[in-house]
Design a protein around this ligand. Structure first.
Ligand SMILES: *[C@@H]1O[C@H](CO)[C@@H](O)[C@H](O)[C@H]1NC(C)=O
Ligand SMILES: *[C@@H]1O[C@H](CO)[C@@H](O)[C@H](O)[C@H]1NC(C)=O
Ligand SMILES: *[C@@H]1O[C@H](CO)[C@@H](O)[C@H](O)[C@H]1NC(C)=O
Ligand SMILES: *[C@@H]1O[C@H](CO)[C@@H](O)[C@H](O)[C@H]1NC(C)=O
Ligand SMILES: *[C@@H]1O[C@H](CO)[C@@H](O)[C@H](O)[C@H]1NC(C)=O
Ligand SMILES: *[C@@H]1O[C@H](CO)[C@@H](O)[C@H](O)[C@H]1NC(C)=O
Ligand SMILES: *[C@@H]1O[C@H](CO)[C@@H](O)[C@H](O)[C@H]1NC(C)=O
Ligand SMILES: *[C@@H]1O[C@H](CO)[C@@H](O)[C@H](O)[C@H]1NC(C)=O
Length: 811
């Protein structure tokens, strides 16, 4: 996460469609590294494409990725939870393990998310129950760094206590194997009874009330608790059901604070009047463990403990009968299947770059999470996805990536967003754990919907309903606009900008970000106009296409930018404007890395999580107008260069993504590629700290994937900007149309000296535009890019630049 005027309508070369003769493709005989290859049964992990997936990328240095075992979009996500950088549960930051829990989000910022009902295995010293460590601070145990194994569908590590833990998962349940140190190794002859506790906490310690009951015969633990969403409003209830296998129950009970007992067998805990956080849960001790190993099956559900038990038993029926290995293989196969549309001929590109690429695709399929059948609030038969965390991050490249590699899933997500609109009354801007998350800027679900529309991902989607939902965002101000809709609509409609210190008596939200909201609302309105036009509503199109030019109202043409007394030499920036039309002031470098961070709560400003410098490049509907205002191509390029080299660009946050490629709009696509190579791999690479910031549910991963493909999506438009790929050839099959697109680099050089496009053909015919549409994927075109060591004229002509809406010039 971590942000008008009368127009002679004219569109630059947007809809020129050249009918290309389809040439028969001569299939290359050189083998490709493909997503679909036979399973391996090696215990050392797969030797096929999955070996390129490194779930530990971004597991420290703020990436906050989920590094544990999961399946594509699955609810169950077991991993070791640490007391360090634990937003996604685990981190390779040498902190301590405090439990093993089965639900997580990935890459998010702010508060740690989920991590509910952790189990913790240990042996009580002297076999004395109350000598065991129950509270989080007491039980925290270092892990052995070299013992960490993370791969698709499997996670393992050893604790310094000698307990080792392995885990895998089905869709809704986790399976753990805990191996305890042999009693003899403890230096004692006494019989020890290993203990596993369940804590009613979550990573954020947000639990309100919670219940646990333990069955003294079987050791089954069941219960539920109410928690707070990590970046949203309201609360949610989660349920669990834990069954143990591999030994006999010795004794069982509950614990509170640092004390445990065998009676009672159930417990209800709540927050006291002062919200005091009581640590509590259940525990079971075991005898006669075969091979000192205990297997624990954890079902989780948002519906009921019964459903958690039933689904766990259905998905993992025989935990001791080889189900662990079966589940790992199934998870691997599920990932192979998801990756199977893509194949790469690396052409000598390093294994590290391939790992960044495949791991980026992998992470973009960890969330959103498929909670179909797990929504306690309604069941409309429509797929239900959650952990849109947050759309402000994911609309730019993550959803566009899914539209290419898993369009059927993207369609389900669009349907689920519309289903949320129908049942909650609004499209979400962020959504997690069945709750609404905070809005960061505009109503960017609008962009996700329209992006699917312009790419013909339309099957089963009610576009009239989509139009209704987006118009509501554009026209109706919600009372509470912190978590849906848009605030300040009265001013937006009357003044065509969001004023600095707006007077907004109609609804309530954080009254900041007037510049970034003005820009995002403008683009949201552009997307609305696009959909309206597609649906034959030219009246609506005309209205919103005008509003999409409202960004112009905050352009202050004489505004300069000075850094530590040094004038940058650039004039003309966005500035806040009061209701009465008088300019306010925000230093253009404020909220950049040079001048401190701004979020919703920390130092709220007129731009969100980035500076005026960052936002003044973000007018994706009319970049050519922006270029004119900045003084033309050369001046625009100087600004971009200055932005990227002065410390103003923040590569760790999503608004920066498109700025890497904006050179295309000034006719200099070579400079986009050159700029991209300054960020990959030096900021995105195959190391534990190999992400510059929060992965944000795979947004950073998707940026890397597009960079390496040689395409950058302009979300909400049928436009991909063409740059030099990092691989010799990539093919992507489209599951909806059955066609396969090929992106091939001629003159490919893995040393990346030849990164400048000399010429391009599509299906053998010359292609002069520096961008291409989604037809590439839908119709399975062959994009052949000839590379050289020097910049060429390719893509320079004004007619070959990406589309920009040109409204009337400024008032
Ligand atoms: C997989 O198992 C088969 C049969 O047990 C064995 O022959 C083969 O070598 C194994 N493959 C790997 C990669 O371990
Ligand atoms: C738990 O607390 C929530 C509010 O925090 C309340 O709505 C719910 O009814 C409580 N549940 C139980 C079982 O007490
Ligand atoms: C939570 O669990 C307790 C104890 O099993 C049960 O009485 C209660 O109804 C459950 N609450 C919900 C919301 O399912
Ligand atoms: C989500 O889960 C439902 C129910 O299992 C299934 O029908 C649907 O295909 C899943 N969606 C994806 C994208 O896997
Ligand atoms: C969408 O479908 C229309 C009508 O068949 C076609 O003209 C257009 O090229 C398609 N767009 C894409 C992105 O495939
Ligand atoms: C001011 O800018 C000039 C030219 O870019 C540079 O040489 C100089 O070091 C800068 N001074 C400060 C104080 O940053
Ligand atoms: C407009 O409002 C601002 C903020 O209240 C104020 O400082 C400024 O003087 C006003 N301008 C005029 C022309 O009244
Ligand atoms: C990998 O990326 C991280 C995070 O952006 C960066 O700090 C590190 O220097 C990079 N490592 C290499 C070898 O480029």
């Amino acid at each position: 996460m971590a942000a008008q005027h009368s127009l002679g309508s004219r569109e630059t070369p947007h809809s020129l469609r050249i009918l290309l003769p389809l040439l028969l493709l001569v299939l290359s005989s050189i083998p490709q590294v493909a997503g679909k290859v036979p399973s391996s049964n090696s215990t050392d992990g797969p030797t096929d494409i999955l070996r390129f997936i490194n779930p530990l990328i971004g597991s420290t240095n703020g990436g906050n990725v989920f590094a544990g075992a999961t399946r594509p979009y699955a609810l169950a996500k077991p991993v070791a939870d640490v007391d360090g950088q634990n937003t996604g549960g685990f981190a390779t930051d040498s902190s301590n393990v405090v439990g093993f829990s089965a639900a997580h989000d990935s890459g998010t910022g702010g508060n740690p998310s989920l991590g509910n009902f952790p189990l913790f295995p240990q042996v009580c010293p002297g076999d004395e129950l109350n000598a065991c460590a129950f509270r989080i601070g007491d039980r925290a145990t270092p892990y052995v760094g070299e013992s960490v194994v993370a791969r698709p569908g499997y996670f393992a590590l050893d604790l310094a206590s000698g307990v080792s833990a392995e885990m895998t998962s089905s869709e809704h349940a986790a399976l753990y194997r805990f191996r305890f140190p042999a009693a003899a190794a403890d230096g004692a002859d006494e019989v020890l009874h290993p203990l596993v506790l369940l804590d009613l906490t979550d990573l954020w310690k947000s639990r309100q009330n919670g219940s646990v009951s333990v069955d003294a015969e079987t050791g089954r633990l069941r219960g539920n608790a109410t928690y707070l969403p990590s970046f949203g409003a309201g609360s949610y209830v989660m349920h669990f059901c834990v069954d143990f296998f591999g030994g006999a129950v010795h004794d069982a009970g509950v614990w509170v604070n640092s004390r445990a007992g065998t009676e009672p067998k159930e417990l209800y805990v709540t927050r006291g009047f002062n919200l005091f956080y009581l640590e509590a849960g259940g525990w079971v001790r075991f005898a006669d463990l075969a091979d000192d190993t205990l297997t624990a099956r954890v079902g989780i559900s948002f519906v009921s403990a019964e459903q958690a038990c039933a689904r766990a038993a259905e998905e993992i029926p025989e935990p001791l009968g080889g189900d662990f290995d079966r589940l790992v293989r199934e998870a691997e196969d599920a990932w192979r299947d998801k990756l199977s549309p893509i194949s790469v001929r690396p052409g000598g590109a390093s294994e590290d770059l391939q790992a960044s690429f495949w791991s980026g695709i992998y992470r973009s399929m960890i969330s959103p999470q498929n909670y179909t059948g797990e929504n306690p609030r309604w069941d409309s038969g429509v797929p239900y996805f959650d952990s849109y965390y947050c759309i402000w991050d994911s609309f730019r490249v993550q959803h566009p990536l899914l539209s290419i590699v898993d369009p059927a899933a993207q369609i389900q997500m669009v349907r689920s967003l519309l289903d949320i609109y129908e049942h909650e009354g609004w499209l979400p801007d962020c959504h997690m754990s069945l709750c609404n998350g905070w809005t960061q800027g505009g109503s960017n679900a609008d962009v996700v919907l329209v992006d699917a529309y312009v790419k013909n991902l339309t099957a089963g989607i009610d576009w009239e309903l989509a139009l209704e939902a987006i118009i509501q965002d554009a026209e109706v101000e919600p009372l509470e606009w912190s978590y849906h809709g848009r605030g300040g609509l009265q001013s937006w409609k009357g003044l065509d900008y969001i004023p600095y210190l707006d007077y907004d008596p109609l609804g309530f939200g954080t009254n900041s970000r007037s510049i970034s909201r003005t820009l995002e609302y403008s683009y949201n309105d552009f997307c609305l106009a696009t959909l309206a036009q597609g649906l034959g509503r030219s009246d609506l199109h005309d209205k919103y296409i005008q509003r999409s030019m409202s960004w112009q109202n905050l352009w202050k043409e004489d505004q300069t930018s000075v850094i530590r007394g040094n004038d940058t030499g650039f004039t003309g920036f966005f500035q806040p404007k009061y209701l009465n039309g008088t300019w306010g002031y925000q230093d253009p470098i404020a909220c950049s890395a040079l001048a401190g961070f701004c979020s919703l709560t920390s130092n709220p400003s007129e731009t969100f999580e980035a500076s005026v410098w960052q936002y003044h490049f973000l007018v994706p509907q009319s970049t050519s107008t922006l270029i004119d205002w900045m003084g033309g191509d050369e001046a625009f390029i100087s600004r971009l260069d200055f932005f990227h080299t002065s410390g103003l660009a923040d590569i760790s946050n999503e608004p920066v993504f498109s700025t890497v490629y904006l050179y295309h709009y000034a006719g200099r696509p070579a400079l986009s590629t050159k700029r991209l190579h300054t960020y990959i791999p030096s900021w995105f690479n195959n190391t534990n700290g190999g992400l510059p910031g929060n992965d944000d549910s795979g947004a950073m991963g998707a940026f890397v994937v597009f960079g390496m493909l040689g395409l950058f999506p302009v979300a909400g438009q049928n436009v991909y900007l063409i740059s030099a790929p990092f691989f010799e050839e990539v093919r992507i099959a489209n599951a909806l149309t059955g066609n396969t697109a090929t992106i091939r680099a001629v003159g490919f050089d893995p040393g990346y000296e030849n990164i400048y496009i000399q010429s391009v053909t599509v299906n053998g015919e010359p292609w002069t535009k520096n961008w291409i549409g989604h037809e590439l994927f839908a119709e399975g075109w062959t994009l052949e890019i000839t590379l050289g060591a020097e910049e060429s004229e390719w893509g320079y002509d004004v007619k070959d630049r990406p589309p920009s809406w040109i409204g009337a010039s400024r008032l």
